[in-house]
Design a protein. Structure first.
Length: 408
């Protein structure tokens, strides 16, 4: 299969999936997360802490049962499992290629998703075509699930466009750089969906740092009061640039939902099956008129906040090494191999496809045309302005001064 033909593939919803909307999510425990002792009592951001969370696949690749969320992945076949693995591998390759391109001066900036593939792919594949997604600027895996061509994500970071795709073509909004503002946009859109009586839901992505923004808390309140069909999906990668979570909040992040009157649940964000199941549950709850849900995907940002950041200045190597052992891709691979869902031929074919994708991305970026340097003056005023016209002419003359007699 080609990259393009499978980018829009979504695991189908189970016809027999039962509603778990009445379940208490703030106290949900999986078989792997029923812990006692000091480790389970540590704050979520504390080094070495083991917070309780929904987990269906252990870091060793062992499948564990959960009566609440197992029904939401009961329809997943071996082919679907291979598809989820493929999604994560190719998303990571694309992300790595983009990071390399930035380091080589081809992009102005890049925000890596390294380590967060399971949270993004699991939640992204939980959405239906008619659902609407509001991302931040790091949801490259979700964009992949929504069928957005990977190369379109790079135009904004290269400075050749302001987004690169039509949001309504894939029900995937443009990337939002302003921290947290997209949660208000998502909530307003969801309120409109409810008034229209549509059978769809909205999902808004943000990070743990954004959860401290006023926009996000306002979105929580509006979503709750208006019973909006919105899922607030927080990727808690534990670092808001250099600020750890324990300096941002006194309670586990998912518990913030209680104060606004809707449920919150923490999921193992490095477990693609748990991320898929919990997001399906939350989206179904939204579609059935039961209002918002806060999903906290507890994961880890393996790389820098962006390529302008140096994480070695504020976090220990030992912390990263501990999380490398929980790698989401390795976890699913171990499960696929142990349960005979995939063979070596599959992994070899995927490796070749990964190389092809990397080359395609690199070639596409280098072939992007330079932006129109005078476009910045367009649409400053609806009816034009004499001062803007003067500034445009001055800048055009300045640009022309760099062209030699030979036209170069």
């Amino acid at each position: 299969m080609t990259v393009e033909s499978t980018a829009a593939r979504k695991p189908r919803r189970s016809a027999g999936t039962k509603s778990a909307a009445s379940a208490s999510t703030t106290g949900t425990k999986s078989a792997a997360s029923k812990r006692t002792g000091a480790a389970a009592k540590k704050s979520p951001g504390a080094s070495g802490g083991e917070p309780e969370l929904v987990q269906l696949l252990t870091p060793e690749g062992e499948r564990v049962q959960d009566a609440t969320y197992d029904p939401y992945i009961a329809d997943i076949t071996s082919e679907d499992l291979r598809g989820l693995y493929r999604d994560m591998v190719l998303s990571r390759r694309f992300d790595a290629e983009a990071t390399s391109l930035q380091r080589q001066g081809e992009l102005g900036l890049w925000a890596s998703m390294l380590g967060q593939e399971a949270a993004q792919i699991g939640s992204g594949r939980a959405t239906r075509d008619d659902d609407y997604v509001f991302p931040t600027y790091r949801e490259h895996g979700v964009a992949w699930c929504r069928g957005v061509d990977p190369t379109n994500l790079l135009g904004m970071f290269r400075g050749v466009n302001n987004g690169g795709w039509d949001p309504n073509s894939n029900n995937f909004h443009l990337y939002t750089i302003v921290i947290g503002s997209q949660t208000l946009h998502a909530t307003g859109y969801a309120m409109g969906v409810a008034k229209d009586g549509a059978d769809s839901a909205v999902i808004a992505y943000f990070g743990d740092g954004a959860s401290s923004q006023g926009d996000v808390l306002e979105a929580f309140n509006f979503g709750a009061v208006y019973n909006a069909p919105v899922v607030f999906f927080c990727q808690n990668n534990q670092w808001a640039i250099s600020e750890p979570t324990e300096r941002q909040m006194r309670v586990p992040l998912y518990q913030r939902a209680q104060g606004f009157g809707f449920p919150g649940v923490r999921v193992d964000g490095n477990d693609v099956l748990a991320s898929l199941a919990v997001t399906r549950w939350a989206l179904e709850r939204a579609r059935s008129g039961e209002g918002p849900t806060l999903v906290e995907a507890f994961t880890y940002r393996m790389g820098a906040h962006t390529t302008s950041d140096d994480p070695t200045k504020y976090r220990a190597d030992e912390e990263r090494e501990a999380w490398e052992a929980k790698d989401p891709i390795l976890r699913l691979r171990m499960y696929l191999e142990a349960a005979n869902h995939a063979d070596e031929a599959f992994f070899a074919e995927l490796e070749a496809e990964s190389e092809t994708l990397g080359k395609r991305v690199r070639d596409a970026v280098r072939a992007m045309p330079d932006p129109d340097s005078l476009a910045i003056f367009e649409h400053a005023y609806a009816d034009g302005h004499a001062l803007v016209d003067e500034e445009r002419a001055q800048f055009a003359a300045y640009q022309a001064s760099f062209v030699d007699e030979g036209g170069n």
